[in-house]
Each structure stands twice: as structure tokens, then as C-alpha cells.
Design a protein around this ligand. Structure first.
Ligand code: 1PR
Length: 564
């Protein structure tokens, strides 16, 4: 039996390849239309936009052979876009036709009552209670979803499509099809390759079943059942590693205080008559990125984030060490991996121009799931604002989200508080001012402030507020906001709830709270007080002051749903 994987050329296929290797199976890639004849089982892992997937398959002459392969009755497993292409069409690109096997259009989630994309861990309820036909999908597990479009589960309105439903998932008030199964066809809207042990179990069960030839020869339509509502969506805990070269040139995980990653040391200088002065010491070394990533995966982190804060991030495609770090991390981490730092149009030292899409693509190919854009997002929003809100399609956010989907693009914001006198301030950010509470810390009492965006790792401030940036980034097509705080970074004082609440109210995409976590209670209060979707921390996890499981236990005890 030959297991083949189909790469449509615009998604992270490496993660699936890593999962299958981890499970101990050999596989080949479909590289030409003829390969479909050699395949006896086929997996199509998809990420990104519906039209891009169909266009890429068409351009490479793979769309028809794919259809013929599926019709031949051989086992097929489509993941995310690989499942969506089975449908008639998608509202994401109404003029692009899918394979049409499932007579239903994929539609966009309603974002008026919940953040979209649906990004994070959720449950899947098998429709058939028979565990033997569950393909390893269990209602007690969580799976990683990341998508803005979904097939509605509507047994009354569209019974023919509902017959394909194998499990359903609830997000907000909507129930959608999370897996499909009919005859030789299986599909999952979630990413099993990014769903830790639960996901690997699904892949393994399907491969074993396919190898054993346990595929019903005839389609096995089932009776559509009413949706089983279940609020399984969880809040996410993310471990972040700031990676840079130390003075010896090795890549290490570092962590600063308010973005200063060097140790402070007191030095005596003869010139200053032996007076002790503070100088910048060595880059703080908190471990090796791949080993730490593996540790966080084992400890139950829901996602990992690797930020390349090293100086040679200016030409990331020459930056083989960082690509190697991501590749090695992706081989041992089976939860989503975000990579940030230097995601922009660049020029290599030899003068070769690299577009932001190429840079992002290089990271996706080695196993990243999302890219995080910092400075470039600020410049892009400034440009759109000065063009009166008109988008020209050239920004890194737009170009990457067009190819890989908005769910693959995170904007990382590095804001700083700007204190003003509330009695006299008449500046442009009046409506965004936060007023210090009388019972708040002393340094806030009687004051007001707005949040100013920065670039270049906090070194330069720009004339854009955090609200303007978050809203602009959403309009440009980003799928998630990673909200840092330079004032709180590394302080352990807790997340800045005022900042998080401000941004959360300004956008409808998911927001990740970052900077300042010092105790497990800080996570609890951030989720309860701001309603944020995810919380990220670095220092306390690196220094092993608080464990990820301790945080999750505290959240569970506070009634907050988290993945076990
Ligand atoms: O501008 O697109 O090249 O992206 C650069 C990226 O690198 C941005 O996401 C920026 O936040 C990050 N970055 C740049 N310089 C630094 C630095 O520390 N000198 N790190 C830096 C930012 C902040 C968070 C940190 C949280 C949690 N680090 O990543 O992990 O604050 O920390 P804590 O839990 O210890 O408080 P571009």
C-alpha cells in the first residue's frame, strides 16, 4: 500500500509529514498527475484560501486526477482546505468551483457575536455513537481549528450535505461539520497534525483502517440527526520564545525586561575613578530554542511562538539557523507554531529581492503554521491611513493572507503607554484615553494615557495608536492580534487589562494577551476581566516559576474552559 501526500503548494504540509513520520509510516509526495495512479491511500493537508488551493491544483494539472482518484474508491483524507475542496463552492471565492462531491456551499462564520477566525481548540462530537466508526475522533478530546469558513450542519435545510457529517462542532451559536465521512472519503476541518496526541490518534486510526482495507465499498449514508450542542471551545495558553544570537553567535532563547535582553552588570572604570556604572552585559541565555519548544509541547502548551529578534532577521531567507530551528522544532511539536521577526519584503546581501510571501512561505515549508508581523504592520497601517483608507494590496499582511489565508497571519503589536494630563489633553487620541483608577497603583492615579505603537523591537515610536493599528491590521486581513506591552514585558506585574480590553473592543478577530505574567492568577484575571481568547507568557515559563499545567488548573478551578 502506497501512502501519498498531496501538496498544493500554498500551505504548511510539513507538519503533516512530521506527524506521519512520528507515527512511523513511509510516504511519498504527489508531484505529477501520474502519481495518483501509484497512490493507494492519499492525504491532502490544506491550509489557506479556497481559491488558492483550487487554482494551484488546476495550474499543476492535479485537480481532475484528484477528482478521479476520489471517484475510484481509494481512501482519501482531506484536512481543512483538503476537506473544503470536496464541497460545491465556498463563499470565500464564490466564482471558484470545488470538486462538488458534497452539495453544499462553505460559508463564513458570523463574526457579530464571536471572534472570527475560529482559532483554537474545540471538541468534535461524532454523529454515530459507534466508536468503531469514529475514526479515532472522540468527543472527550480537543482538536485544533483555524478557519473563517465552515460547512453549516443543517439536517433540515440541506439533508444531503448533512448525510456526509461524521462529527459536528459548536462555535458560539453555530454548529458546523467538523468531519465528513462517506465510503472512501474522510475529511477533517480541524488540523489533526496540530492537535497533539488526540490528532495523531485520528491520523493513525485512519491510516490503519485504510491499510487494512476496512473501507465500505458502497457509500454509507446515515440519517441526519439534530445537532448536538456542546461548548467545547477553550482558552489558549501560549509559550513564547524570543530567539536571538548571543555574542558567540549561537541562537538562544532570551528574555528581556521591557525589551532589553542584556544582563545588567556593574563595572568599575578607571576613567571614572572607580565609580561603579551600569553596563550592558551578555545576552540573557534561557536555553536552546528546540529543547525548550519540546519541553513546552510536552507540558501541554496549546501553541508555541518563536520570535526571531536577532539582528540578522533582515534577510531571513539567508537566515538558515532560524529556519533550521523552526524545522527542528516542528519535528517534535504537534501544536501550532507561530514564527515572527523579519516577515517583510527583503533584499538578500547579494541583491536578490525576496517578497514577504516568499519569506513567510519559507517558514511555512519548514513547519510554521502562522507568521507574526510586527514593524511592517505598523508601516502598512500608516500607509493605508495616509491613503484615506484605500488598500493597494501590496502589504505583507495582504499578500500573505491572500495566498495562505488570514488565519496564517498574526500582527504582533508592541505598544507603550504615553501619559498625558487628562485635564488639558486635546490630542488625536482623546477617545482612546484610559483614566487611572483611584484604587489603582499610585503611578496611575490622577493620570490618563494612550498607547503608542513602536517598531524595531520597541526602539522607535510611530504616530499610530494601538487601536488604529489593531483596526487597520484587521482591515488589511490579519487573522489574529498578538498584543504585547513594552511597559509590562518581563516585569511579572500581570497583564495590562486596560490595554487588552481596549484592543478587544476594537476588533472582531482573536486577541492574544502578552507581557507581564508573573503568577497563575494573572492568567485567570486576564481571561475573566478582558474576555481575551489566549494568553502568552515567556519569562515565568522559561524560569520554571509557574508550570503550564499549574496555570491550566487554576483556570479550570475558575470555571474557564481549557484543553486538558
Ligand atoms: O518587527 O516584524 O521584525 O518583529 C519583531 C518581533 O520581535 C515583534 O513581535 C517584537 O515583539 C519582537 N521583539 C523584538 N525585540 C524584542 C526584544 O525583546 N528586544 N521581543 C522583541 C518582544 C515580547 C514578547 C514577550 C512577552 C512576554 N518580546 O515576545 O514574549 O512580552 O514576556 P513575559 O511573559 O516575560 O512578560 P518584526
Amino acid at each position: 500500500m502506497a501512502l501519498f501526500l498531496l501538496d498544493h503548494g500554498a500551505g504548511n504540509v510539513q507538519s503533516l509529514a512530521n506527524s506521519i513520520k512520528k507515527l512511523g509510516y513511509d510516504f511519498s509526495w504527489i508531484s505529477s498527475p501520474d502519481d495518483f495512479h501509484k497512490a493507494s491511500i492519499l492525504v491532502f493537508p490544506g491550509q489557506g484560501a479556497f481559491h488558492t488551493a483550487i487554482e494551484c491544483l488546476t495550474e499543476r494539472g492535479l485537480l481532475e486526477p484528484l477528482y478521479d482518484y476520489i471517484q475510484s474508491g481509494k481512501p482519501y483524507f482531506g484536512i481543512c482546505i483538503g476537506m473544503q475542496v470536496l464541497f460545491a463552492s465556498s463563499a470565500e471565492s464564490p466564482s471558484t468551483l470545488g470538486l462538488g462531491l458534497i452539495p453544499c456551499q462553505i460559508e463564513r462564520f458570523d463574526d457579530t457575536t464571536k471572534p472570527v477566525p475560529h482559532m483554537g481548540w474545540n471538541t468534535a462530537e461524532p454523529i454515530d455513537p459507534d466508536t468503531l466508526s469514529s475514526e479515532g475522533v472522540s468527543s472527550s478530546d480537543h482538536y485544533y481549528f483555524v478557519h473563517s469558513y465552515r460547512a453549516k450542519y443543517d439536517p433540515e435545510g440541506n439533508p444531503e450535505a448533512a448525510m456526509w457529517a461524521h462529527s459536528t462542532t459548536q462555535y458560539g451559536q453555530e454548529v458546523f461539520i467538523s468531519t465528513v465521512r462517506k465510503g472512501n472519503v474522510f475529511g477533517a476541518q480541524f488540523h489533526p497534525e496540530k492537535s497533539s496526541v488526540a490528532g495523531l490518534t485520528v491520523i493513525d486510526a485512519w491510516i490503519k483502517q485504510s491499510l487494512a482495507g476496512r473501507i465500505p465499498a458502497e457509500p454509507s449514508p446515515r440519517i441526519p440527526r439534530p445537532p448536538k450542542p456542546k461548548h467545547g471551545f477553550t482558552r489558549r495558553i501560549i509559550a513564547c520564545m524570543d530567539v536571538r544570537a548571543n555574542d558567540e553567535g549561537d541562537l538562544i532563547v532570551t528574555k528581556g525586561d521591557q525589551y532589553d535582553v542584556r544582563e545588567k552588570s556593574l563595572t568599575s572604570t578607571p576613567l571614572l575613578n572607580a565609580t561603579a556604572v551600569k553596563t550592558a552585559g551578555a545576552v540573557r541565555n534561557l536555553g536552546k530554542p528546540v529543547a525548550l519548544a519540546a519541553r513546552y509541547f510536552e507540558s501541554g502548551a496549546d501553541e508555541l511562538c518563536l520570535l526571531n529578534i536577532t539582528s540578522f532577521r533582515h534577510s531571513p531567507l539567508q537566515d538558515q539557523p532560524m529556519l533550521a530551528v523552526v524545522r527542528a522544532a516542528a519535528e517534535c511539536v504537534f501544536v501550532p507554531l507561530t514564527i515572527g521577526g523579519g516577515i517583510k519584503d527583503t533584499v538578500d546581501p547579494d541583491g536578490t529581492k525576496r517578497s514577504a510571501v516568499e519569506v513567510a512561505g519559507a517558514y511555512f515549508r519548514v513547519g510554521a503554521d502562522k507568521v507574526s508581523i510586527g514593524s511592517e504592520a505598523v508601516y502598512a497601517v500608516e500607509k493605508v491611513r495616509s491613503a484615506g483608507g484605500i488598500l493597494d494590496g501590496s502589504s505583507a499582511i495582504e499578500t500573505i493572507s491572500k495566498v495562505y489565508g488570514s488565519q496564517a497571519v498574526v500582527v504582533s503589536i508592541d505598544p507603550k503607554r504615553v501619559y498625558v494630563d487628562p485635564a488639558t489633553y486635546g490630542g488625536p487620541y482623546k477617545d482612546e484615553l484610559v483614566y487611572g483608577r483611584l484604587d489603582g497603583p499610585e503611578y496611575e492615579r490622577g493620570k490618563a494615557w494612550w498607547y503608542q505603537c513602536t517598531v524595531s523591537g520597541g526602539r522607535e515610536t510611530r504616530p499610530v495608536s494601538v487601536v488604529q493599528l489593531a483596526q487597520g491590521a484587521q482591515i488589511l486581513g490579519t487573522g489574529e492580534i498578538l498584543l504585547n506591552s513594552i511597559d509590562r514585558d518581563g516585569t511579572g506585574l500581570g497583564f495590562d487589562h486596560d490595554l487588552i480590553g481596549l484592543v478587544k473592543r476594537a476588533v472582531t478577530i482573536p486577541v492574544v494577551a502578552s507581557s507581564g505574567a508573573g503568577t497563575k492568577e494573572h492568567f485567570v484575571s486576564a481571561f475573566i476581566e478582558t474576555g481575551v481568547e489566549a494568553a502568552l507568557a515567556a519569562g515565568i515559563f522559561h524560569r520554571e516559576e509557574v508550570g503550564i499545567q499549574e496555570v491550566k488548573l487554576a483556570l479550570r478551578q475558575a470555571g474557564i474552559n481549557v484543553r486538558s
